[in-house]
Design a protein around this ligand. Structure first.
Ligand SMILES: [Zn+2]
Ligand SMILES: [Zn+2]
Length: 324
C-alpha cells in the first residue's frame, strides 16, 4: 500500500506491506478513505515532535472497518459498522487499554498513550490497524471528508465543556483555523458572548480566555485580559516547552484549565445529526504525491492557517472509494 512516512528529511511516499492484525482480540483493520492535515503532522514531519523514522504520519481520517482480529467481540455499533460499511473515524490516541482512563474512553489521559502518526503508525496510508475501541462509528454520515473532521471537531467541542455559564464573556485568542473553529463551536453550543481575535482589545475584560497558540507573548496578553478570578483555557498543544508568567497567573487568581477532547461519541452524534456544518472547513482532496508536497511545504502554522485559502488539506487515501 502507499503511505506517507516520517524520514530524516521530513516525509516520503513509500510502498509498504499492509499492516497485520495482531494475534489477539480487540483490533480492527480499517481501509482509509480520507485523511486531514493537522498542525501536529507538520510538527512530526519537521522533527519538532519526536517521531521515529518510518512511522506512518497522520491522525485525522475516516474509513471503513474491513476485519477484526481473531477472537474479537465487538459491541453492536462496531459489529454493524463492519457489516454495513458505516464510516468510522478515530480517537487518535492508543492507550494501554487496561487503566481507568482507557476504560473511561479517554486514552489520551493514559500514561502509555501513543498518538497515531507520532508514537505509532498513523493514517496517511491506505490501511491502518487500531484497537476497535479507537474506531468511532458515524452512522448517518456519508461523506468521508465530514467523518475525517471528527477529531478537530471533538477538540474544538472540548472548549465548550468547561465549567462556566453560557453567559460568560469568552475571548478566543488567535486568527487561525483552531481559533475560528473554537469560536464558532462555542457560539453554536450556546455561548452568548464570544470574541475571536489575535489582538486582545484594549480596555476589555473577559471571564474566559482561550489560547490557541501557546507562545509567551500570547499567554501573557491573555492572562492580563482575563478578569481576576477568571478562567484561562489551554487549547493548543505546543511542540516545545513554553515559559509562562506563573506569578501573574497566581496574582490574578486565575483558574487554568487544559482541554483535550470532548467525548468522541458526543462529537460523533453532533456530526451525524448535522448539528454543526463542517463543510466550510474542508479543503481540497489531494493525491499522496501532492499531499506530501502540501505537508512538506507547510510552515508550522500552514496546516492551521490555510482556512483562509480553502480549508483543511485532505488526502484521498483510497481514491476509488472517495467518490461516494
Ligand atoms: Zn488533529
Ligand atoms: Zn491506559
Amino acid at each position: 500500500m502507499q503511505a506517507l512516512v516520517r524520514t530524516r528529511e521530513g516525509a516520503a511516499l513509500v510502498s509498504r506491506a499492509r499492516p497485520n492484525l495482531p494475534a489477539k482480540p480487540g483490533w480492527a483493520r480499517v481501509r482509509l478513505l480520507v485523511a486531514g492535515l493537522c498542525r501536529t503532522d507538520v510538527y512530526a514531519a519537521r522533527g519538532d515532535l519526536p517521531c521515529a523514522p518510518a512511522t506512518v504520519l497522520g491522525h485525522e481520517a475516516a474509513g471503513v472497518i474491513v476485519a477484526f482480529s481473531d477472537g474479537s467481540s465487538p459491541g453492536p455499533a462496531h459489529a454493524a459498522a463492519l457489516a454495513d460499511g458505516t464510516l468510522v473515524a478515530f480517537h487518535p490516541y492508543v492507550g494501554c487499554e487496561a487503566c481507568a482512563a482507557c476504560h473511561a474512553g479517554n486514552p489520551h489521559r493514559c500514561d502509555e498513550a501513543r498518538m497515531l502518526g507520532l508514537g505509532r503508525d498513523g493514517v496517511f496510508a491506505e490501511e491502518v490497524v487500531v484497537p476497535i475501541a479507537a474506531c468511532v462509528p458515524l452512522p448517518g454520515v456519508h461523506d468521508p471528508r465530514v467523518a475525517a473532521f471528527l477529531e478537530p471537531y471533538a477538540a474544538a467541542l472540548a472548549v465548550a465543556g468547561i465549567d462556566v455559564p453560557r453567559s460568560a464573556r469568552v475571548l478566543v485568542l488567535g486568527a487561525g483555523r483552531i481559533a475560528t473553529l473554537c469560536a464558532q463551536v462555542l457560539s453554536h453550543e450556546g455561548f452568548l458572548h464570544v470574541t475571536c481575535t489575535d489582538r486582545p482589545p484594549a480596555g476589555e475584560s473577559y471571564d474566559v480566555g482561550v489560547e490557541t497558540r501557546a507562545d509567551e507573548e500570547a499567554l501573557d496578553a491573555l492572562a492580563r485580559t482575563v478578569r481576576p478570578g477568571g478562567t484561562l483555557v489551554l487549547k493548543s498543544r505546543p511542540a516545545t516547552r513554553v515559559a509562562v508568567s506563573l506569578g501573574l497567573w497566581a496574582q490574578r487568581d486565575l483558574r487554568v484549565q487544559g482541554v483535550s477532547y470532548a467525548p468522541f461519541e458526543l462529537a460523533a452524534a453532533r456530526l451525524a445529526a448535522g448539528h454543526f456544518d463542517v463543510t466550510p472547513w474542508l479543503g481540497a482532496l489531494h493525491s499522496f504525491e501532492s499531499f506530501r508536497d502540501v505537508l512538506l511545504g507547510a510552515g508550522p502554522d500552514a496546516a492551521q492557517d490555510s482556512s483562509e485559502h480553502g480549508g483543511k488539506p485532505l488526502l484521498a487515501c483510497s481514491p476509488p472509494a472517495c467518490a461516494a
